[in-house]
Design a protein around this ligand. Structure first.
Ligand code: ACO
Ligand code: PYR
Length: 525
C-alpha cells in the first residue's frame, strides 16, 4: 500500500489559534514528543516572523530527533522585493531546516485584490521563490494557498501556479483549503484533474470551517494525495485544522495504512500533552482520544459491554492508548456498580440486595449533587457505609470559622473544631490563610494526637463547582485531592452543600477518613 506522509503543523498553523501561545521550551518539548510518536514532518514556525520561531530552529539542532524532519514555513517572496533580497526566503535558508514549505497565491482574486499585481507576475514570483530555495535546500514544498477556491473560480490559472512550482523543482505540492469551505463531494474530481496536470507528489491542507476537514483529507488520500497536513487536536486558525488525532486512527485502524505502527498507542497521550501545553482543557468528546470516546453512562450500555465490549464500542480504546470509562450517576444500573467495584480494585463482593442498596444510596447522593467520577475514595466510603463497615473515624461535634480581613495587615482565618476520635474529645483551633486552610489545620491538629502518621497527608488540589445558579444560595460541589507525601499515593473526596465551607469540610473529613480506613480496615479479614 502507498506510503502516506503525516505533516504536523501544530507548532505553526496550530499556534495561529487564538488562545495558543507556545513558549520556546513548549515548542521544543512538543517537537520531541512528536518525534517520539513518529510524525514524519514537523512544521515548527515561520522563522522570519518573530524571534521565538527563529530561535526555535537554532535550538532544535541541539536535540537529536529519531524520525521527524523539521520544516520551516514562509511565503513566496514579497511582491515588491527582489527575490535575492527577500528576508523571509533568506532567513529560511539561513536556519538550514530539513525542509522548507512556502505558500503562494493560486486564486486569481488574491493576486489581483490582495497583491494588486498581474497574474503573470505572480507566476514568476512562485517560480523564482521555489527555485531560489531549491538551490540551497534539498526538500522544498510549495503550498498553494486557497487552491480549491482558486480552482473553482479560475481552474486554468490555479493549475498553472502548480505547474510553475513543479517546474522550479518543488518536491511536494500542497493543495490548501485555506478558508475551510470545501465540500468533500468535489474532492476526488479536483485531485484527479490535478494529478493529470502535474506529476509531483501531492499533499493536502484542510481547515475545518465546514466541519469537513477530516473527510476531505481521507477523500484526498483515496484520490491519490500522499501527504496529509493537520494538527494535534485540530488546533488552528479560526475553526482549526484537520485533526490528526482523527485522521491517523481512521487511516491506520480502519483503512489499513501503516502510519505510526505500534506508536499509534501513544496518540492519546500526545493529544493530552499538546492540550496541556496549549493551556486548553482536553476536549472530552474528541473521537478516539477524548476521555468520553469510550465512556459509558447508561446502565444498559454498561451491562452489555461487560459481556462483550464490541456491543457499544467501535474499536478497542487501547489501540490508541485510550481507556474505557464507566460513570456512576442516576442513569446507572447494577452493572455500573459492579464495574466500578472491579475497576477500583475493591475486594467487595456484593449480593443482589446489597447492590440494590448501594445503587439506591448512589442515586440519592447524585440527586443531591454528588459526583463520583473524580472522587473515587468517596465512592468507596459510600459503599462501605452502606455495608455498615467502619469508615468513619472522626465523630464531628462542631466546627466554626472566623475570617478577618484586615486591609492594612493581612487576611487571616481561624478554624475551631470539636471532635471525638477513638473515644477522646478534642477541641482545637488553628490559623490559616483562608477558611479551608484553617479548618484543615485544626482538624489535622486534633487527629495527630491519635494518628501521628497523618502528618504526611496533604491537600494537593481543591476545586469548587457551582451546581445551580441561584446566586449566593447556589449548591456547590467541592472536590479535594489529597496526597501521601511519603508514598505519593493520591485519592479524591467530594462534599456538597449550599454552604461552601460545609461542602469543603465534608470533603476534608473524608480525606482523612479514607486514609485511616485504607490503612486500618480495608484489608482486615
Ligand atoms: C494561510 C496562512 O495561514 S499563511 C500564514 C499566516 N501566518 C501569519 O500571518 C503569522 C505570521 N505573520 C507575521 O508575523 C507577519 O504577518 C509577517 C511578518 C509575515 C508580515 O508582517 P508585515 O510585513 O507587517 O505585513 P502584514 O502582516 O501587515 O501583512 C501581510 C503581508 O504579507 C503579504 N502576503 C500575503 N501572502 C503572501 C504570500 N504568499 N507571499 C508573499 N507575501 C504575502 C500581504 O500581501 C501583506 O503585504 P501588503 O499588505 O503589503 O500587501
Ligand atoms: C498555508 C496555510 O496555512 C493555508 O493555506 O491554510
Amino acid at each position: 500500500m502507498k506510503k502516506i506522509e503525516i505533516f504536523d503543523t501544530t507548532l505553526r498553523d496550530g499556534s495561529q489559534m487564538i488562545g495558543v501561545n507556545f513558549s520556546l521550551e513548549d515548542k521544543i518539548k512538543i517537537a520531541k514528543k512528536m518525534d517520539d510518536v513518529g510524525i514524519d514532518f514537523l512544521e515548527c514556525g515561520w522563522p522570519s516572523s518573530n524571534p521565538k520561531d527563529y530561535q526555535f530552529f537554532k535550538e532544535i539542532k541541539n536535540h537529536k530527533l529519531k524520525h521527524s524532519k523539521i520544516v520551516a514555513f514562509g511565503s513566496t517572496a514579497y511582491y515588491k522585493n527582489k527575490i535575492e533580497d527577500d528576508k523571509n526566503l533568506n532567513t529560511i535558508i539561513e536556519i538550514e531546516p530539513d525542509v522548507a514549505n512556502i505558500f503562494g497565491k493560486s486564486w486569481d482574486l488574491h493576486v489581483t485584490d490582495i497583491f494588486g499585481i498581474t497574474l503573470e507576475k505572480n507566476l514568476e514570483i512562485v517560480y523564482e521563490s521555489v527555485k531560489y530555495l531549491k538551490e540551497k535546500i534539498k526538500e522544498v514544498f510549495f503550498t498553494a494557498e486557497h487552491f480549491f477556491d482558486g480552482y473553482k473560480k479560475n481552474k486554468g490559472y490555479a493549475l498553472s501556479v502548480l505547474k510553475e512550482a513543479e517546474k522550479a523543482g518543488a518536491t511536494r505540492i500542497i493543495l490548501a483549503d485555506t478558508n475551510g469551505g470545501q465540500h468533500y463531494l468535489e474532492i476526488r474530481d479536483i485531485i484527479k484533474d490535478v494529478k493529470e496536470n502535474i506529476s509531483t507528489e501531492i499533499g493536502v491542507h484542510f481547515h475545518n470551517d465546514s466541519g469537513m476537514a477530516t473527510i476531505n483529507s481521507i477523500e484526498s488520500i483515496l484520490a491519490g494525495a500522499m501527504q496529509i497536513h493537520g494538527t494535534i487536536n485540530g488546533y488552528g486558525e479560526r475553526c482549526g485544522n484537520a485533526n490528526l488525532c482523527e485522521i491517523i486512527p481512521i487511516l491506520q485502524l480502519k483503512m489499513n495504512y501503516d502510519i505510526l505502527g505500534d506508536n499509534i498507542t501513544k496518540l492519546t497521550q500526545l493529544s493530552k500533552y499538546v492540550s496541556e501545553l496549549s493551556n486548553f482543557a482536553h476536549e472530552i468528546r474528541m473521537p478516539f482520544v477524548g476521555t468520553n470516546a469510550f465512556a459509558h453512562k447508561g446502565g444498559v450500555h454498561v451491562s452489555a459491554i461487560m459481556k462483550n465490549s464490541q456491543s457499544y464500542e467501535h474499536m478497542s480504546p487501547e489501540n490508541v492508548g485510550n481507556k474505557r470509562v464507566v460513570s456512576i450517576s442516576d442513569l446507572s444500573g447494577k452493572s455500573n456498580i459492579k464495574y466500578k467495584l472491579k475497576e477500583f480494585d475493591l475486594d467487595i463482593i456484593l449480593d443482589d440486595n446489597e447492590i440494590t442498596k448501594v445503587i439506591k444510596a448512589v442515586k440519592s447522593k447524585v440527586n443531591k449533587g454528588y459526583e463520583y467520577e473524580g472522587a473515587e475514595a468517596s465512592f468507596e466510603l459510600l459503599v462501605q457505609r452502606e455495608l455498615n463497615k467502619k469508615v468513619d473515624f472522626i465523630n464531628v461535634k462542631s466546627f466554626r470559622i472566623i475570617s478577618e480581613e484586615n486591609y492594612e495587615l493581612r487576611e487571616v482565618s481561624e478554624g475551631t473544631v470539636k471532635l471525638e476520635i477513638e473515644g477522646n474529645e478534642y477541641y482545637t483551633v488553628a490559623e490559616g490563610n483562608g477558611p479551608v486552610d484553617a479548618l484543615t489545620k485544626a482538624l489535622k491538629k486534633a487527629l495527630l494526637h491519635e494518628y501521628p502518621e497523618l502528618e504526611k497527608v496533604t491537600l494537593s488540589d481543591y476545586k469548587v463547582r457551582i451546581l445551580n445558579s441561584e446566586a449566593t444560595q447556589s449548591l456547590v460541589r467541592v472536590l479535594v485531592e489529597s496526597k501521601n507525601s511519603e508514598t505519593g499515593e493520591e485519592w479524591s473526596t467530594v462534599g456538597v452543600s449550599t454552604n461552601i465551607i460545609k461542602a469543603s469540610w465534608e470533603a476534608l473529613v473524608d480525606m482523612f477518613n479514607y486514609y485511616l480506613y485504607n490503612k486500618y480496615e480495608k484489608h482486615k479479614k
